[in-house]
Write a protein that binds this ligand. Structure first.
Ligand SMILES: Cc1cc2nc3c(=O)[nH]c(=O)nc-3n(C[C@H](O)[C@H](O)[C@H](O)COP(=O)(O)OP(=O)(O)OC[C@H]3O[C@@H](n4cnc5c(N)ncnc54)[C@H](O)[C@@H]3O)c2cc1C
Length: 336
């Protein structure tokens, strides 16, 4: 099957992988896009499709799912080969042939001259709470992601966490839910300053130093007991939904067996987005380098850098600087 060698294979179809796919087409490379999930879009579609994003250049505000749709439309212009439900579990460098071999969980093999790893946070495994009834009521009032805001309309909800997800969802559900309580075990939040300012000016009832102790309800959540971790004082909350935003556990163990250099639980890259394996690049949330910011906007830049370097790697005579996109408008858009 080595006649099926692609110029570039993007593993991970989140915003960064989608943009890398577009850029590969722009650079006239034969491109394949692979993702473990059944749909494209990464965190945008899997974790927070209905949340607004405010910090992507050119969009004062855009729903995550709409940003994903736009990125997909942009990437599809060059008709990439797409493989979904395809989790890559092995990466090997066939150095003599300058080819990268990827193997999926189902045993499929993919050959490519270059690879961009845009794996995000890897498989999405939400951090869970070790308290009774959490597991039993998952999907029946206990949530780790929000896929449909409408189920919270007119309900009392409890949000647990102090990071961006907790704060952003509290703000996004304000006006939809009847009442929102947000508890955090400390008084220091890890969320964006602007979101925090909005939170403290909102109707959300914020309780710091509070933790979840017990969940009440047989078939569905109907209440929660929270406690002050300084005094032990308990409060019963009449809530129908509990949203646990305690972060995600990134499982990067499989990557370590690929021979990649890891730095702070991420793939180490240089300023060309090169990993330590020739022909293998990485971009987005999965990478680390001095000054790295885990944001969509920075990931886009990293994708462009990775793809242009990959082009140069397989065609050393080609220019690194791609030119301006208006110089090569895709056929489908020419009439516009
Ligand atoms: C609630 C929330 C709100 C956020 N808000 C913002 C915001 O307002 N602004 C902002 O800039 N950022 C925000 N972020 C962060 C943003 O979503 C990430 O920075 C962004 O998604 C990273 O994109 P990515 O393409 O690198 O990775 P991801 O979106 O994580 O996509 C990675 C993809 O790789 C796939 N994958 C992983 N491992 C494999 C494998 N072995 N084989 C095949 N496929 C694999 C995954 O299935 C996934 O689809 C937010 C995050 C959360 C959780």
């Amino acid at each position: 099957m080595k006649d099926e060698i692609f110029d570039i294979t993007i593993v991970g179809a989140g915003p960064v992988g989608l943009y890398a796919t577009y850029y590969s087409g722009l650079r006239d490379m034969k491109v394949k896009l692979i993702d473990a999930l059944p749909q494209l879009g990464g965190q945008l579609t899997a974790l927070y499709p209905e949340k607004f994003i405010y910090d992507v250049a050119g969009f004062p505000e855009i729903l995550a799912k709409e940003l994903a749709e736009n990125l997909i439309a942009q990437a599809m212009q060059y008709e990439p080969a797409i493989f979904l439900n395809e989790k890559i579990i092995k990466l090997e460098s066939l150095e003599d042939e300058k080819i990268i071999k990827l193997t999926s969980e189902g045993g499929n093999i993919h050959f490519s001259k270059t690879v961009v790893l845009s794996l995000g946070i890897g498989a999405f495994v939400p951090r869970k709470l070790d308290i009774p009834d959490v597991k039993r009521l998952e999907g029946r009032g206990i949530h780790y992601v929000v896929k449909d805001k409408s189920i919270f309309r007119g309900k009392n909800i409890l949000i647990v966490g102090g990071g961006d997800s907790a704060v952003d969802w509290a703000l996004n559900l304000e006006g939809i839910a009847k009442h929102i309580t947000l508890i955090h075990r400390r008084d220091v939040f890890k969320a964006h300053e602007d979101s925090l300012r909005k939170l403290f000016n909102s109707t959300v009832e914020v309780k710091t130093f509070y933790e979840l102790k017990r969940i009440h309800g047989d078939e569905h959540v109907k209440g929660a007991t929270i406690f002050d971790n300084r005094t032990g004082e308990e409060i019963y909350l009449d809530v129908q939904h509990i949203l646990l935003f305690l972060g995600f556990l990134a499982n990067l163990e499989f990557i370590q067996s690929w021979g990649l250099e890891i730095d702070k639980n991420a793939i180490k890259v240089n300023s060309k987005m090169e990993t330590n394996i020739p022909g293998v690049y990485a971009a987005g949330d999965i990478v680390n380098y001095p000054g790295k910011l885990k944001l969509i906007s920075t990931g886009f830049g990293e994708a462009a850098i990775a793809v242009n370097n990959a082009k140069n790697y397989i065609e050393p005579a080609s220019k690194y600087f791609p030119g301006h996109s208006s110089d090569f408008v895709p056929k489908k858009l020419k009439s516009k």
